[in-house]
Design a protein around this ligand. Structure first.
Ligand code: ADP
Ligand code: ADP
Ligand code: MG
Length: 543
């Protein structure tokens, strides 16, 4: 071995062209003998938002704990007592020198938004207002509460509010602090697209507001990461063995290289195949035979607290229908009606379809092993075909022997997607498959769903807030609008262009295309392209 590898050469997993320069040097930090090693560090830049793009388990939190002075990096010498003087020597003359000097002077105050907001109620017992007032160091709380629409839950107990509300409260609590270094570990979970864009703008505002503030963000929604950050580090490696944080790249190049699966400066292939977007004509599939035609439907809860109206329409055989719209607008309600779990008040769904349904909130309470569970669903379990098409892209092999009840959110999501796709059904309904997945798992899950649909002529309905996932998956679009938690309206399925225009005009967001790759990028509001496209009514497929 070369001294990096422990049990097995980690490079098996990566098709390596040259040994990356970073790995021939000592790591920044190693947890112990045969333990995880981190190479490189992100560089917080004053007045800027820096992003880290990469899968989980690759050392992003370790890097942040170093920058927050919680870990003194040992530079690979895990036996010795590390000290910051030595670290400073190592980074003298690099972009990190200044930051490390300030850190050693005790000049750096850190504010941090944790990744798993669901844990907050376990640590804080009280009302939203109490939590937020506690962090209001800049006198900006009213503004943040207003911008993030938190007012309705201010007097609710923290343990009674929804995931999306908790995420916005956590963002407000972090951004209300008066710090030098802000670290936001994922900003989009549980948020819809409008809320994601709003959160991104607030973070940018805070960075621009003070030249000494640095923001560091980990984010798996690529459209938002692209919008939000000024520079980008890619993190790659072998989860739980080693991770490499590249030097900063431009956001555009960083995301393009990531999607391409090849890092140019590092001469490093991180994925066998590239992810590509169709720039112009959206796929046309509306010509295939109808799978179902459904009438106008309506459904309300309680005594009309929330009501949903659905325009009748047709779902075609073999198409992937994307479903988009804000939170609380009735998307899951429609999915449940299609799945036969909920009766419409008006309109009848009398189709005799077998539906495979992955709900938004996955409840698994059987103490059963993943492999036992999945083999009870399909006879194909374990076949080389099933392994290639389902298990491998969803990274199930490592968790086959675990109990369903012990899985993390992302692991549970992948098992649930696999279970849904493994069923023999006429219509596959996937409610928010991107939730809890890191960026690489999203890319893989998207590929698996798309391939499955094509190879099986399967008809799929995908509800999601990740616009790249929807773009890569959907042939047509169903758009929800209305007033969240009051009333919702669902359009009939539309062609992609019309559907995106319908959806994005409500949000007042336009996309341009990256010249080199055709990748969609959110326009700066009020920019020339933004204004032109709005005038032409072309929000997504700009001419
Ligand atoms: P990420 O934030 O990218 O998900 P982390 O920095 O949390 O990654 O973890 C990277 C790797 O380091 C993981 O394999 C984790 O198990 C390991 N690790 C984290 N903390 C410790 C620790 N205190 N001791 C040993 N290993 C650790
Ligand atoms: P989405 O999936 O678009 O976020 P949902 O269909 O889950 O929206 O919910 C739409 C609205 O209906 C929300 O205001 C939600 O609180 C309410 N709602 C959902 N399920 C029920 C229920 N079983 N009883 C009462 N209200 C409900
Ligand atoms: Mg929902």
């Amino acid at each position: 071995t070369c001294g990096i590898c422990v049990e097995k050469c980690p490079f098996d997993a990566i098709e390596i062209i040259n040994l990356p320069q970073e790995l021939t040097e000592d790591p920044t930090h190693r947890y112990g003998e045969n333990a995880f090693g981190l190479y490189g560090l992100p560089v917080p830049e004053p007045g800027k938002v820096t992003g880290i793009l990469g899968p989980n388990g690759i050392g992003k939190s370790t890097a942040v704990r170093i920058l927050a002075e919680e870990i003194t990096p040992n530079l690979g010498d895990y036996g010795a007592d590390p000290d910051w003087e030595t670290v400073l020597d190592r980074y003298r003359g690099t972009e990190l020198q200044n930051y490390i000097e300030r850190l050693m002077d005790g000049d750096i105050e850190v504010a941090r938004k944790p990744q798993y907001v669901d844990q907050i109620p376990k640590q804080f017992d009280g009302k939203t207002r109490e939590l937020l007032e506690h962090t209001d160091e800049r006198g900006q709380l009213d503004y943040l509460v207003d911008e993030l629409s938190i007012a309705p839950v201010m007097d609710q107990a923290i343990d009674s509010i929804s995931g999306g509300e908790l995420q916005r409260v956590a963002l407000a609590a972090t951004l209300a602090r008066d710090a030098d270094f802000y670290f936001l570990d994922e900003i989009t979970p549980y948020l819809d697209i409008g809320q994601r864009v709003k959160a991104a703008r607030l973070i940018q505002e805070l960075a621009e507001d003070d030249e000494d503030r640095s923001m560091l963000v980990v984010e798996h929604d690529l459209a938002i990461l692209d919008l939000l950050t000024d520079t980008l580090h890619i993190a790659y490696g072998e989860p739980s063995a080693f991770g490499v944080v590249t030097p900063p790249k431009s956001v555009r190049n960083g995301i393009n290289e990531y999607l391409k699966g090849y890092l140019t400066n590092e001469n490093m292939r991180i994925r066998p195949s590239a992810i590509t977007f169709e720039q112009h004509a959206p796929r046309e599939t509306a010509k295939s035979a109808p799978l179902v035609e459904y009438p106008d439907l309506s459904k309300s809860y309680g005594d009309g607290e929330f009501s949903l109206d659905v325009e009748g329409g047709t779902i075609h055989h073999g198409e992937v229908l994307g479903v988009v719209g804000p939170n609380g607008i009735g998307k899951s309600t429609l999915a449940k009606m299609f799945a036969g779990q909920l009766e419409p008040d008006e309109g009848e769904l009398d189709f005799l379809l077998d539906i495979a349904y992955k709900p938004q909130y996955i409840e698994i309470d059987q103490p059963m092993r993943v492999d036992v569970f999945l083999s009870s669903i399909t006879d194909d379990f374990g076949s080389s075909y099933w392994n290639t098409e389902v298990a491998q892209p969803l990274q199930l092999n490592r968790i086959m022997e675990q109990n369903l009840t012990d899985l993390s959110g992302g692991e549970r999501q992948r098992v649930a997607i696999a279970a849904c796709l493994s069923k023999d059904a006429d219509l596959y309904v996937l409610d928010e498959p991107s939730a809890h997945l890191d960026v690489e798992q999203r890319v893989q899950a998207t590929t698996a769903i798309r391939r499955y649909a094509e190879n099986h002529d399967a008809t799929v309905l995908v509800i999601d807030h990740d616009i790249y996932m929807i773009d890569l998956l959907a042939d047509r679009l169903m758009v929800f609008d209305g007033e969240p938690a009051e009333h919702g309206h669902a359009s009939m399925p539309q062609e992609m262009r019309a559907g995106m225009n319908d959806f994005l005009s409500d949000l007042e967001i336009t996309f341009r295309r990256d010249e080199r790759t055709g990748r969609p990028r959110i326009n700066k509001p009020g920019s020339q392209l933004d204004r032109e496209q709005k005038k032409q009514g072309e929000y997504y497929y700009a001419p």
